[in-house]
Structures are given as structure tokens and as C-alpha cells.
Design a protein around this ligand. Sequence first.
Ligand code: ATP
Ligand code: MG
Length: 379
Amino acid sequence: MNPFHYGAVVSGADFYDRKDEADRIAETLLGGNNIVLYAPRRFGKTSLVFKIIEMLEKQKFICIYFDFMSIYSLESFVKLYSYALSKKQSNLKKFVQDLASSIKNIRPVLSFNASGEPEFGVNFAGPGDTIDEAMISQLLDMSEVLFDKKRVFIFFDEFQDCVKINDINFENLLRSKIQHHKYTNYLFFGSKTHILNDMFNNKKRAFYNSALPMSIGPLPEKETIAYLQKKFSAHSITINSGMAKYIITTAGDIPHYIQLLASEVWQYMVNEKNTVTTDIIDYCVQRVLASNKDYHIELFDRQSNSKKQLLQALSQSGKNIFSINYIKTYRLSSASAIQKAVKELIEDNIIEKINNEYFIADPFFKLFVINSYHPVTFN
Ligand SMILES: Nc1ncnc2c1ncn2[C@@H]1O[C@H](COP(=O)(O)OP(=O)(O)OP(=O)(O)O)[C@@H](O)[C@H]1O
Ligand SMILES: [Mg+2]
């Protein structure tokens, strides 16, 4: 079995480091604060949150993980949020009663699955079943009443997607609710940093200044090298620290892509069981590029000329991109054209920004852009 995993939450032996971040976040939540956690895409936010949940649950705190990605309406929110609450109940029958008595018009139901286990659900079959702000408001208060005054931590993943619920102003309602919660604290996070940023830093938005900002960066190089060496050597493959470092930099120092490239290298080498070399890594990079070729071509073709030019410039450097020098070096048209292109590329999640430096989010798409600029052929 390939020891490298990507594309889903990692835990147990597949999860390394992040101890300081996990401790800091857990302590801040325990201190009664709400947090907004920022990090670019695929840096390991969800995996870190699962680690924090594991830590807090060991201390017997109630933790609820809720992903807004699949929420598109009030109905889906009511169903899935109450389901998430039901998962933390030892007595589902009592939970159904509590819900029915606390929330006007809700119709919770308990059924039994094929193995005879009770299953919780919410019914919206009746013609008069309407979901209004009052119902959502009561539902959001349930974490305060269901758990006998125990501390509750709610982790809202892909939180920026809550704006998709536009039947009511969900953002305003949630903000007004959480400020009165005594036993519940929240951690907000998601993969669209620019939208989260606006939600929490724009004075006109409901969540302005309502949570402590925290962020995570790449995983530390030393630990990543040690992790790669350990995983490869368990399969009798040797990789020296220089080669491990080469994987890290080629993958843009982004946890997801490090695992992806390492997985490709492992797959290629598994039957040969010898030493990782630059040629092998380069060859594996080409394999990743080849399997993404159609997608990359389509993505690049879809961009306007000024965005294509900017992507080519960003594949070389992402510093001081509005300066005259940058515009001249990369033969771009004007600072205002760059501004427009940057805005659109960020909205489409194609580029990201850390500390005033811009970069192409997917390091393999970056390589595609470099290669399409200076085509190279590989055997
Ligand atoms: N601490 C870690 N140890 C090992 N691998 C990690 C770690 N954190 C992240 N990864 C790698 O990165 C991948 C993405 O992790 P995760 O889904 O947690 O990131 P994310 O920031 O939530 O991503 P997204 O922005 O897409 O929501 C994982 O599948 C794994 O390959
Ligand atoms: Mg995630």
C-alpha cells in the first residue's frame, strides 16, 4: 500500500507535526475565544482541526465538526446541523423530544435502519412545513441547551459557503446568536481565504472583528524530510535529505502536493527498491503533468490574455507585482490591469497571496505555465 496519502483528511501515523498549532488553538478555544483560522488551500486545515477535536474529545469536551460545503439551502442546513448535533447524543429519543419542544415547527423523526439501529432525521414533507429565521435561531441555540452546561466547540469548515444560504441573512443571524453563547465556542475556517478575509475584516460584514485570527504555514522542513525518509525507508527506498528537499520545493512546500509527488515517486520505485534521484523525481513530475495535461490546457486557455501574461509572470516571481519594474520585466500592460487580473484569479482560486507575495496555488499548474512559456521535451 502506498504510504503517502492526499486528497482527504489525514490522521494517525499519516499526520505529522502541527503540535504547537494544535495546542495553541485548543488553548485559545478553551479560553473562551472564537477563532478564524486562515491558511491557503491544501495546507492541512481540516486535518489539523480533526487533530484538535481528537485532543479536546479526550478531555471530554463536546466537539461538533460541520462542513458548509454541502449546504445550499435552509432545509439542508436544518437537516445536517441537527444531524451533527444528534451524533453527540447518547439518548436519541430524548434528543428528539428536546428538539421538538425547543424548536417551533420542526419535525424530528427517529427511524430504525436495516441493522435495527436508531437513525435521526428531520421531516419536511408537509405542505405547511416552512423554515424561517426563528427556527434557525432556535436551532443555533441548541448547543447551549442540549449538553447540561458542558463546554461545546463547533468547527465550521468551508465557512465562507454559509453565504450560499440566501433565503435569510444567515451570516447576520449566526453572528448575532454566537455573541450570546456562553458554553459554545466556534472555530471558523475554509479553503477560500479571500472570502473569509472579507467576512472577518470588512467593517460592513457581520463577522467583522468577531473572532481571533490565527494562521498556519507550511509544515517545517526538518520534520517533512524526516517524515519522507521514514515512510520511504519502511519500503526499503533510500532518500537523502537533498532529494527530500527537492520534493518539498518542487511541490511548492504545500503539504498536499508534497504527499502527491512522494506518492508518485513511491509508486514508480516500489518494485525497484533503491535510491531516489533527481532524474526519478523529474520523471515523476512529468508523469503528474501528463495526467493533468487536458485539465491544465483547458484552465489556461480559459484565461484572458492579460491573465495568461500575469500567470506567466507569477510563475517567475510574485513579489512587488504592481511595481513599474515588475510591469517592465514581464511586459505587462498596467498596474490597473494587473489589479483586475489578480482579483479574478484569486476569486477563481488559481492564485493565492501570503504576506504580500502572490503565487500560483497549484505547483503543477505553475510548472505547466513555465513549460508552456519555455516548452521543453522530456523522454
Ligand atoms: N500534518 C500533516 N501531515 C501529513 N500530511 C498532511 C498534513 N497536513 C496536510 N497534509 C496533506 O495535505 C492534504 C490536505 O490536507 P487537508 O485536507 O487537511 O487540507 P486543507 O487545508 O483542509 O485543504 P482545503 O484547502 O482543500 O480544504 C492531506 O491529504 C495530506 O496529504
Ligand atoms: Mg479543508
